[in-house]
Design a protein around this ligand. Sequence first.
Ligand code: PLP
Length: 501
Amino acid sequence: MGRSSDKDTRPSPLEPADWESFREDAHRALDVALDHVRERRNGPVWREPAAEARRCDEALPLDGAALSTLIDELQTRVLPFTLGNSHPRFWGWVHGSGTPSGIVSHLMMAAINANMGGRDHAPVYIERQVIAWMKSLFGYPEQASGTIVTGTSSATLLGLAVARQRALGQRVREHGNSASDGLLAYCSEQSHVSIMKAMELLGLGNGALRLVPVSTDFAMDHRALEAMVCADLARGLKPFAVISSVGSVNTGAIDSLPAINEICAQHAIWHHVDGAFGALALLSEALRPLLRGIEQADSIAFDFHKWMHVTYAAGCLLVRDGALHRQSFETAHPYLRGERRGIAAGAPWPTDFGVDLSRGFSALGVWFQLKEMGVRRLGEAIERNCEQARWLGRAVEEASCLELLAPVSLNIVCYRFQRPGIDDEQADRLNRRIVVELQCRGIAAPSFTQLQDKAAIRVCITNHRTTRADLQALLEATIALGDELLAGGHHWEAYDISRPA
Ligand SMILES: *Cc1c(COP(=O)(O)O)cnc(C)c1O
């Protein structure tokens, strides 16, 4: 006993022995972080991680090192090789660009180290405030509920679990669902893969997800939806959910919410909206009308970390019928019993609305962003991206060697480089190679997609740092690279367009 009680006289084995020198290192870390964000625009968008950065074979550290050496290590092996989403020329997939104040909110988040599963403490009320703001933004009623999750993939999984609960009742929690229930869900063929995963995880199977064709604007053909639902009902099957996309992942197409609301209401089907990035167009008065009808949907999934630029990871699920939402996830266990007073008060707890018990304080990042920027400024940044996309779309149409492959509905432009005499298959290889070259040379970071039978360079502008000059540079580089590759020497025709293992 003697020895260990000697050790016990130290306040903590895990706190600094010298707080003042720790404070100095911590301040330097803050400077490194701020410089990283401020200077990011001056380097390449992306560079391939160096061998040192890819190393994962280091021995488990048995003894600790000084904080300052860790910061040095980050500076050499991580900071130079980040993805580039805080660079003005990053437009790949759908990424948020973050903000300098995100550094501050995450610093405070770490200091508070809240466990947001539940109980009675101020951080839980910050999350409730964020949810209340979102209910008001989306035009949801008082009895609606919501929860902050890691992203839209999780939000959609939870939203469809509530939809299944409505279709099968409380018995689904005891017995699960079975194929004989005949449950079917519907989304457009342009929908995000997270919907398919949600169906798989819920035990419904992705075979129970019907893909509805799209119209020429890449939005769901709602007449086809209605016909499919009616045919399935006639066969004795049970359509239980339609998942619409507001801001589809490839082109930013917005499904017709009023039409889908009507079909769902008529057949008592749950309407879940995947609004991962597009739903936040609501922050702009000018764009709001595009989302008319969203307030009637049964549930909405969207991300704070995309078009609102909150530091990763933060998404949200809103459910119109808050009581049903709670019934789908609430548990009764003495270990987690709530009380009227004391730390275990404060019901309902966030854990009653989802899967996680221990949860981080992502709500703080959202709260900070909304309070610091205000809805108007956030909405203006979104509008600016939509204007930039319209400008880019027009510039593509005006260039004889570029072809616009989808209408610009929101903030995404899909185009390809094309010269006479090049067939579609050659164009696929060429454009895929152009995207890789743009990325590898650090010029710009669009991504690549396939629209029906054509390969597309896809530019998704969820980036508050982008200026028109950046987009101009992208167009010039696309054309220069296209011609350079065509002129030979790069063997682009041999470029393997199959997916790497
Ligand atoms: C990004 C995205 C998702 C998935 O969201 P995560 O936050 O990445 O889980 C779903 N749908 C659409 C349309 C998206 O853009």
